[in-house]
Ligand binder design. Structure first.
Ligand SMILES: O=c1ccn([C@H]2C[C@H](O)[C@@H](COP(=O)(O)O)O2)c(=O)[nH]1
Ligand code: ZN
Length: 200
């Protein structure tokens, strides 16, 4: 009996310590903004590359989010998603709006001067022009898988000339899980609620 009481006290102490103190495993700003870009990418219908972009102002407010997709009025069920065809007109490349372009056009403020853009993939030359002309001053990217392509080389050349800072994001964690049921978890045990017993 005495033993049981004391182990209860110990577990209470552990739980109260965990819920009384500031969380340590919260998302840092950079992870949060890059994760927002990746979440936006989940909306993309592109079967090969889902790209997301998130624009953040100097007050760390998100001012624009976008992903690669077909323009308004151009049905993503009708326009092609193919990478190659006998005619370029039958490929996605002539139609798809890039994530960076959509994020800039979706901005909810008058301009994006001195903002930072978080992107899943290093921007192509066309997006680089838009980034420069819109006044964005910093690019944080995850993948540089097309670094050997002329588009990427040209983009970097233009960023260097325009004084745009760019750096590769190295995630501290490989995955971030979003679990919609977590909000109902037990705050003390961090466990899902015990399933209700079926009543006859
Ligand atoms: O700066 C960029 C470059 C590319 N995208 C989009 C455009 C396309 O939908 C895909 C690229 O398709 P691949 O099959 O990998 O060639 O990525 C973008 O949004 N931003
Ligand atoms: Zn692009």
């Amino acid at each position: 009996m005495v033993e049981a009481e004391s182990s209860k006290e110990v577990s209470n102490a552990i739980f109260s310590r965990d819920v009384d103190k500031k969380r340590e495993d919260y998302l840092e700003w950079t992870d949060y903004f890059m994760a927002t870009a990746f979440l936006a990418a989940k909306r993309s219908k592109d079967p090969c590359s889902q790209v997301g972009a998130c624009i953040v102002n100097q007050e760390k407010r998100i001012v624009g989010v976008g992903y690669n997709g077909m323009p308004f009025g151009c049905s993503d069920d009708e326009y092609p998603w193919k990478k190659a065809s006998t005619s370029r007109l039958e490929t996605k490349y002539l139609y798809v709006c890039h994530a960076e372009m959509n994020a800039i056009l979706n901005k909810n403020c008058s301009d994006v001067k001195n903002c930072t853009i978080y992107v899943a993939l290093f921007p192509c030359n066309e997006c680089a022009k838009l980034i420069i002309q819109s006044g964005i001053s910093e690019v944080v990217y995850m993948s540089d898988k097309h670094s050997a392509k002329e588009e990427t080389i040209a983009a970097k050349r233009m960023f260097d000339s325009a004084g745009i800072k760019y750096w590769q994001y190295v995630p501290k964690r490989k995955q971030i899980t979003i679990d919609f049921t977590e909000i109902d978890w037990n705050r003390m045990t961090q466990l899902p609620p015990t399933p209700l017993k079926e009543t006859k």
